[in-house]
Design a protein around this ligand. Structure first.
Ligand SMILES: [Zn+2]
Length: 65
């Protein structure tokens, strides 16, 4: 159970950082992206400009991977 707890902590940290990470729409390039759905497996974003909804977004900051 120690492993599970560690994973949860990492996911928590990642999700916390992801929210503050600027992302842009892969379709129109707009930075007005909203988090549509979030979870452990992945996240879905929604573009406020063109209405694109998808899990793939371009992250402007690539410091940590
Ligand atoms: Zn868009």
């Amino acid at each position: 159970m120690k492993k599970l707890k560690n994973m949860a902590e990492v996911a928590k940290r990642l999700s916390h950082k992801k929210i503050s990470t600027p992302v842009v729409c892969p379709k129109c390039g707009s930075a007005r992206i909203d988090l549509y759905l979030g979870g452990y497996a992945g996240r879905t974003y929604k573009c406020l400009d063109c209405g694109y909804i998808g899990p793939v977004v371009i992250e402007l900051e690539e410091e940590k991977r």
